[in-house]
Design a protein around this ligand. Sequence first.
Ligand code: G16
Length: 553
Amino acid sequence: MSLKEFSSQDSQLRISLTSSFTDQKPGTSGLRKSTKHFFQPHYLESFVEAIFQTLSGVEGGILVLGGDGRFGNTQAIDVILRMAAAHGVKKVITTVNGILSTPAASHLIRIKKAVGGIILSASHNSGGPEGDFGVKLNGPNGGPAAESLTDEIFECTQTLGGYKIFKDSQISLDEPGKYFIGSMSVEVIDGIEDYIDLMQNIFDFDKISSFLKNDFLIAFDALNAVTGPYAKKILEDILGANSGTVRNGKPLEDFGGCHPDPNLTYAKDLADLLLYGNQYSFGAACDGDGDRNMILGRNCFVNPSDSLAILTANATCVPAYSDGLLGVARSMPTSSAVDVVAKELGIACFETPTGWKFFGNLLDSGEITLCGEESFGTGSNHVREKDGLWAVLFWLQILANKQCSVKDLMHQHWNQFGRHYYSRHDYESISSDIAHDLFNSVESKLTSLVGHPFAGINVVKADNFTYKDPVDNSVTLRQGLRILLEDGSRVVLRLSGTGTKGATLRIYLESYVSSNGNLIQDPQVALSKLIRSIDSFAEVTKRTGMLEPTVIT
Ligand code: G16
């Protein structure tokens, strides 16, 4: 086994280093690209070198490493292990077959006191040789790396002169074991047990189990991604749900050709089963790396913004939150349903930009217990990532305690707090120029809206959202265009930060009806005036040529 140092004198490396990173600044917590792009010579290595040169405590520290099982997962683990050894890392903890969900990685980083973790995933994006790959970096608190760190890593990629790597290693990921590369130890662990222990400490498994055994049939779709093995163990083996409850439970390198994004479009089979069938009382799905969740009841879909509000309102059903919540937070485009509950409970509610990293300071400083986003992410202070299976268990715990159906729970909630009709319209794979022109044009017209009617209601504010972190006072600018109306309705526009093909325009629509109003309309009908007004104001159809959104949630 020997150490090899590549330098920019190496011609192939030079090409990779000069051309690869200039076209995209690393995203919210790492780098996401097509698989082909990622596995061009020296590309992954160059990005990992920049991480190792920038992250504090790498030399002599502990690192957690794993991924969602997509194509390239084990190949990348081999490269990163050899590079970690060359950089003097003391120990890397990785998992059997490299399978590690994002929330489980967050937990491991915290309990193993690691300096950070590298998670190999492009999240909900498709996988395989023709799909996407990604490298996410989490810090010592278990959460996505802060923007200051990802900025430094990006800067480092621009001046990188080479990278260090051990030439070979003999590590098997087939089963748990202990190895060495040079003086660095490598521990291959099961990766699932620690996460299950954590869940058992949060929830009352006995209560959930008796509820499920009392004829409450559930279906869980792992979308051929990372949560399959976790869900099988928790739902079927421990809680006693029927065998076969977990569908598509074996992680596949290309997710079986599916798009592992738990929404009504990409998890359509499960949605049809629940929305149009009578067999199941509860359905759920998680995304590629296990941090997102979708919740369904018989003939009903739970909007993620409502989900956060309902978890908040019923948090004391869960043993770990039985003393109540410190506070809650939501991302700006998420509906205000949770704000109404927080007000009633007398706890603080924070509004952050999109991106889980913005919850980190609030969680670390004890300002909040729960947080969530409209993009199917919900979580708590048990880890520093959103957590798909945790949300599923939280829902089951509430239903078990209240002995009711999902639909009943939602109706009770709206009857008490009113309903925030909400929908997100995504226009995917638009040409980047068209998307940016559209966005800039809307931004330039925002001030002209204030004081005038939009969808027949007066506009009270229209801006590009700015966030001031209440813990460290840092300011983040330009986090989404908002049109806020007098009656509490609003429209928000953002360009996605996670797509890899062209640009994705997201339009978020929201209007509030008090508990005396019509609580059972189809959201697309309830929001139809806003939908028509924003299409004409932003010229979405005209500029994109798209007659309808690619995905509606
Ligand atoms: C990531 C972040 C989420 C954020 C989402 C936004 O999700 O972790 O906190 O809500 O991106 O995506 P977009 O910019 O496309 O709207 P994930 O699940 O991809 O890690």
